[in-house]
Design a binder for this molecule. Structure first.
Ligand code: AMP
Length: 480
């Protein structure tokens, strides 16, 4: 323990005093992490405009302040919440990498036809939710609403499938859909996901599902896995089934909710997704796809289940599970979690054996999933690695020490130890408060005496204990 006396006040503009040597933990408490909820974020800063397009800037007259609220359905992710975001993303990408999924980055916007041809114009996402615009050259571009079709485009465009199969890729990033915002449903949201392209084996379906399940569990989400097979487009399989389903829906048309009637011709499978109680009642008695699978799809589905059972991945068969994007074939799955209200799907995925051909490529089967990061965080994501990496805050006593403090912080950083310091010419007391706010465990105090002794005073901000440490031993002392 240092036994240095508290020195007299310095002559600095901001008086610099040695910190209270008997003091305990820093007084300022970190603010409670606020759940990321862009539906409130805009409302908290500016009232939404009457047309529901977000906060309204000053109408006529002199220009008012710039609109500070983000657009409706989007949000800013601020510290400390942003540390959780980064940790959740990193955990996902590291976890996917252990199974051989390499990161891929594709553009935020694509040619609109990638989604029209890939995801399908009959899907809600393409039909109603895309942010599509023309650029100055008159090309139709779309902010990506999902990443499976762009990843397949990139694989085909770069001939990745000619190198090594299956092509295993992982991604993380923002997606855009113009949906009605509510808790867990935003217009810009983030997904992490993987795609395994080039294998028909049911074993890879099981691998993909297990990788998603394990990540969610590691992220502290207790997922329920719903599993189904939706067959493939063939008269002896899904195409035949869709005929039966359509006949059933037409026969029960008057009992369906009005919003679901248009689905009969557009996308009959999606009637299973209806939230309308009248339609749900009708769908209870509807023919099930699983009773109409061809032998190959049935065998594939049985094999996927047997692999999952061997891997100890528990699942619930849900013959009503259909996925919103048109490209899915055979295996379809969804992860749900409690505590999320009506938006309880944390992720989903499936096989897309016809996607490459829809994009004009050769036959190239694939399977993947996308998990919604916003919902993973809302459902209580926790890891050790989710706060500021600043471990030490260097406190300078007197102007001569400022240079030293910056040098010490720089050395610590170079040794891999996060370090921060004051840049507002604060008093020592205020620096100590700022040290507590920084999230660091240590205050490294340097003044005239320390400079003369070639040492520092190290204070544990948790216990309040102090000790003198030689400058050349500081990195070793602070290494975790
Ligand atoms: P999808 O790409 O529709 O299969 O969605 C996969 C996952 O992304 C969903 O289970 C959600 O967790 C998440 N997700 C999809 N749309 C949104 C949205 N508008 N806002 C927030 N998360 C979303």
């Amino acid at each position: 323990m240092s036994d240095q006396p508290v020195p007299a006040e310095s002559t600095e503009r901001a008086p610099r005093k040695r910190p209270d040597q008997t003091g305990g933990p820093g007084s300022s408490q970190p603010t409670e992490p606020r759940p990321h909820d862009p539906t409130d974020a805009a409302a908290a800063i500016a009232p939404p405009a009457e047309d529901g397009t977000g906060g309204a800037p000053n109408p006529a007259g002199p220009p008012g302040p710039t609109e500070l609220a983000p657009p409706r359905g989007t949000g800013d992710v601020l510290p400390p919440e942003s540390w959780r975001w980064q940790a959740a993303t990193r955990l996902a990408m590291d976890s996917f990498a252990t199974a051989g999924y390499a990161p891929i980055e594709t553009p935020i916007f694509e040619h609109t036809e990638v989604f029209e041809r890939g995801v399908g114009v009959g899907s809600e996402v393409v039909g109603k939710e895309m942010y599509t615009f023309s650029d100055r050259g008159g090309r139709s571009l779309t902010l990506r609403p999902e990443l499976t079709a762009p990843v397949m485009r990139a694989v085909l465009g770069h001939n990745l499938h000619r190198a090594r199969l299956p092509v295993k890729l992982a991604y993380a990033g923002p997606m855009f859909r113009q949906e009605r915002p509510q808790k867990g449903r935003y217009r810009q949201f983030s997904q992490v996901g993987i795609e395994a392209i080039g294998s028909m084996s049911p074993a890879i379906d099981a691998e993909v599902i297990e990788v998603g399940d394990r990540y969610l569990r590691d992220a502290g989400v207790e997922p329920t896995l719903l599993l189904n097979s939706i067959g493939h487009l063939d008269p002896g399989c899904r195409t035949g089934y869709l005929k039966l389903l359509t006949e059933y829906l037409v026969a029960n048309r008057s009992a369906l909710a009005p919003v679901d009637i248009e689905r009969i011709s557009l996308n009959p499978l999606r009637t299973f997704d209806s939230k309308e109680s009248r339609t749900i009642e009708v769908m209870r008695r509807a023919p099930m796809i699983t009773d109409h699978l061809c032998d190959d799809c049935r065998n594939h589905f049985d094999a996927v289940q047997s692999h999952l059972t061997k891997l100890d991945v528990s699942y619930t068969l849900d013959p009503h599970l259909v996925r919103g994007l048109d490209y899915y074939t055979r295996t379809a799955f969804e992860f749900t979690a409690g505590g999320l209200g009506s938006q309880n799907a944390v992720g989903g995925g499936g096989r897309y054996d016809g996607l490459a051909e829809s994009l004009g490529g050769q036959h190239l089967p694939g399977i993947g999933f996308a998990l919604g990061l916003d919902r993973i965080l809302l459902s209580g994501f926790q890891t050790k690695d989710q706060s500021s990496p600043v471990a030490a805050y260097v406190v300078a006593i007197g102007s001569a020490a400022v240079e030293q403090a910056l040098a010490i912080a720089t050395h610590l950083r170079a040794a891999g130890i996060g370090a921060d310091l004051d840049f507002l010419d604060r008093s020592v007391k205020s620096q100590m408060k700022d040290a507590a706010r920084s999230g660091g465990r240590w205050a490294v105090i340097v003044g005239d005496e320390e400079i003369a002794g070639n040492n520092v005073t190290l204070k544990d901000l948790g216990t309040g204990e102090q000790e003198t440490v030689a400058r050349d031993k500081l990195e070793d002392r602070l290494k975790p």
